[in-house]
Design a protein around this ligand. Structure first.
Ligand code: ATP
Ligand code: MG
Length: 417
């Protein structure tokens, strides 16, 4: 976004004019060098937070003790952070103390990976003391300094490592991977919402399978206890069902497929997603897809082998109960599972059933509860709900046309029975 770039340049300019150093840093430089879209720009400066606050009329003291001020310019927020070093990471996540420093190289040294430790000033010259540009060219994730130490300081970096490797399609440098393996048990110290935030970026990113395979291979997540109750073998076994997860365009369906591959019943999946601090709407959508799966499978297994018409009826009944979008979602998931030709034929048939439904919900039924009570001359009661459901199923499977008179006639017939 040229307006954003212009605004950021204005901030760098103002800081330089006031006698400070200021640079673009981190993700924006990495993405720019990779020719990828830049979604936000972080700046780093020798100015102290109070000095930054003094230079810009519109800013928010986001994290003064860590040196971060958010400057608003042309409607964009920019995080401007004072050069700093960190020390003492007793909890494996947050530094106990932050010290402001004068040298930008010291600031770059505290950053996680070499590709995130490059900065650039107004002249366009890169400051890249750890070989980040070379690692970008080699498509390699490498820690700044000793991987073992860096992951020991902040365990979340291990998950970031896999996230970057998966979204950028980069390899992980040998020493970095070794350090990750040595420190993997320490991820347990990280709050579940931070873990989830990285996981979503892996699962919903461009190469989820690669990230999930690395998670399985590293045993980073395989704690075998809540809220990630799987062990390494289960993760590895699931990977066989996930080969096409990347083809699913929708995030909720990727999660549904993942939870299915891990063998979670819908109830458990719902509980897990809750524990992972999933947003409510996405969680409900994904869980509903799995509930549809269960209803349909149970019906099919319970039903006698009584032919395609009955099979279709059971599918439609489940779709009406859990929603056609859940049914459609499950079919997409099923299509992404390795099911062979038989599986593909089953999905194709079910898609046709779904597409052929003349009504998909009570709201589309051509008769209302009021009309039924009047036509049957009965007081409303629990019977009405079940009658409506029965009519809906009949109309949805096409055994009765979705027309008022036909449905009323059918209602009377059912009543007499
Ligand atoms: P993206 O925004 O695409 O996730 P990013 O690299 O900008 O990528 P941020 O989390 O926005 O990631 O962090 C900005 C910069 O701060 C990073 O580029 C990196 O230099 C540094 N950084 C972020 N998190 C850590 C961490 N846990 N440990 C060390 N440095 C970090
Ligand atoms: Mg960023």
């Amino acid at each position: 976004d040229p307006v954003m770039a212009e605004a950021a340049a204005g901030i760098v300019n103002t800081l330089e004019d006031a006698g400070y150093e200021a640079y673009w840093v981190g993700g924006c430089i990495r993405d720019e060098l990779l020719g990828r879209p830049v979604h936000d720009m972080d700046l780093t400066t020798s100015a102290l937070p109070e000095q930054v606050l003094g230079l810009f009329p519109r800013c928010v003291p986001t994290g003064l003790e860590h040196g971060t001020v958010t400057v608003l310019e042309s409607g964009f927020p920019f995080e401007v952070t004072t050069f700093r070093t960190e020390s003492g990471y007793a909890d494996h996540r947050r530094p106990e103390s932050v010290t402001f420093v004068a040298d930008v190289t010291e600031d770059l040294r505290r950053r996680d990976f070499t590709i995130n430790a490059i900065c650039m000033g107004l002249s366009g010259t890169l400051i890249d003391p750890f070989g980040g540009e070379e690692d970008l060219a080699q498509q390699r994730i490498r820690c700044v300094g000793s991987a073992d130490e860096r992951f020991g300081e902040d365990a979340l970096r291990m998950l970031r490592c896999i996230r970057f490797a998966s979204t950028l399609d980069f390899r992980v440098a040998k020493n970095t991977w070794r350090g990750l393996l040595r420190r993997r048990h320490e991820l347990a110290h990280i709050a579940v919402e931070r873990v989830y935030a990285e996981l979503t970026r892996i699962v919903e990113g461009p190469r989820p399978l690669r990230g999930l395979a690395m998670l399985a291979r590293s045993c980073l997540l395989a704690r075998g206890k809540a809220p990630f109750p799987w062990d390494a073998d289960q993760l590895a076994a699931a990977a066989a069902s996930l080969t096409r997860i990347g083809e699913l365009g929708s995030a909720r369906l990727r999660w549904a497929l993942l939870l299915h591959a891990l063998g979670s019943p819908a109830e458990e999946a719902d509980r897990l997603m809750r524990a992972w601090t999933f947003p409510g709407a996405a969680r409900k959508d994904a869980a509903r897809v799995l509930r549809f799966r269960e209803a349909w499978t149970a019906e099919e297994e319970a039903g006698p082998d009584d032919g395609p018409a009955a099979s279709r009826r059971r599918f439609i009944a489940a779709a009406l109960t859990f929603g056609c979008d859940a049914a459609e979602g499950w079919l997409d998931v099923l299509a992404a599972l390795p099911g062979g030709e038989e599986g593909a034929a089953r999905v194709k048939a079910a898609r046709e059933w779904l597409a052929g439904m003349p009504v998909r919900s009570l709201a589309e039924l051509a008769v209302s509860g009021g009309e039924l009570t009047a036509a049957l001359d009965r007081r409303p009661g629990p019977w009405l709900g079940s009658l409506l459901q029965e009519l809906l199923l009949a109309a949805a499977e096409g055994s009765v046309p979705n027309e008022r008179d036909a449905l009323v006639r059918q209602a009377k017939r059912v009543e007499i029975k």
